[in-house]
Design a protein around this ligand. Structure first.
Ligand code: NDP
Length: 275
């Protein structure tokens, strides 16, 4: 077992991010988010992934404040929403996010989508926020190889992370290899296919063989590919279940079988077509 719940990936600027995080998309603001974050922290997660779009930054912040875990032991990500892109708006939007969290710095700030015409100004603002120390790391989300090449040409500051939809049914090997060769950490969102492929026969067979659930196999598959992974659950038992993935290894053969489930299946928008 090469990883534990405490294992971290080291980003290209030296900052460390826990491989396992809790995603909080579509968890209602208020008690539902607060409880989910509290259970995750109790289960040992130290990484929470939210976004300005999700409307629950305040509740994430509140749960972290209420825990007795020091702020610096918890890795917090948020993302600049499309309507907040552009140089000035990005800077203002992070100030607003921090007010909601009631913290004075963020661990990771991501461009949520590569919005045409504004994404490079947004990136400049992110580099300013990084220089000022308002964020410890900056990165992107939903960037294809084309978007990454454009950014690497434009700026001397490379993104630390590219957060994209990624699971065996959408195994984007070329993107993974491109990120790796440019020292950009890949982070998998929708790692559980939002539950839609958990009954896949091959997945169930590998789950049974390992005495684990389909969800646990999908999370472990990402970890064995050295991908940061952020399954979402608002349910206490499933939050614990999703963190119980560090006591077994999927065999190399079964990893290859999972890789071959690739069918370009997407739950979210395809970023190739985003304008
Ligand atoms: P996931 O693939 O994580 O699936 C979440 C769904 O699976 C929920 O319906 C959840 O239900 C269910 N689930 C969770 N655990 C289990 C389990 N053990 N067994 C069965 N069902 C389970 O989808 P998300 O789209 O939420 O992706 C994860 C995170 O990635 C998001 O929360 C967000 O932080 C991020 N994200 C980023 C995007 C971007 O554009 N950058 C886009 C989309 C997501 P329940 O809550 O009832 O357990």
């Amino acid at each position: 077992m090469s990883k534990s719940i405490e294992s971290k990936a080291t980003l290209n600027n030296g900052v460390e991010i826990p491989f396992l995080g809790l995603g909080v998309y579509m968890i209602n603001s208020g008690a539902e988010t607060e409880n989910a974050v509290r259970w995750a922290l109790e289960a040992g997660y130290r990484h929470i992934d939210t976004a300005q779009l999700y409307g629950n930054e305040r509740d994430v912040g509140r749960a972290v404040h209420k825990s007795d875990i020091p702020r610096e032991e918890i890795f917090l990500t948020t993302k600049v929403w499309n309507a907040n892109q552009g140089y000035d708006k990005t800077i203002r939007s992070l100030q607003e996010s921090l007010k909601k969290f009631e913290f004075d710095y963020l661990d990771l700030f991501l461009i949520h989508w590569p919005v045409q015409n504004v994404r490079n100004d947004t990136w400049k603002a992110m580099t300013t926020l990084l220089e000022e120390g308002t964020c410890r790391a900056i990165g992107v989300s939903n960037y294809t190889i084309r978007h990454l090449k454009e950014l690497l040409n434009e700026s001397s500051v490379a993104p630390t992370i590219n957060q994209v939809e990624f699971n065996p049914f959408l195994f984007q090997k070329d993107l993974l290899e491109f990120c790796r060769s440019n020292d950009i950490q890949l982070e998998a969102y929708t790692p559980l296919t939002r539950g839609r492929r958990l009954n896949d026969k091959t997945l169930l067979m590998i789950a049974e063989k390992n005495h684990k659930t389909s969800a646990q196999i999908l999370i472990r598959w990402a970890l064995q590919h050295d991908i940061v992974v952020i399954p979402k659950s608002a349910n206490k038992d499933r939050i614990y279940e999703n963190s119980d993935v560090f006591d077994f290894n999927i065999s190399d053969d079964d990893i290859r079988t999972l890789d071959s489930l690739k069918e370009n299946y997407r739950v979210c928008w395809n970023p190739t077509n985003v304008t």
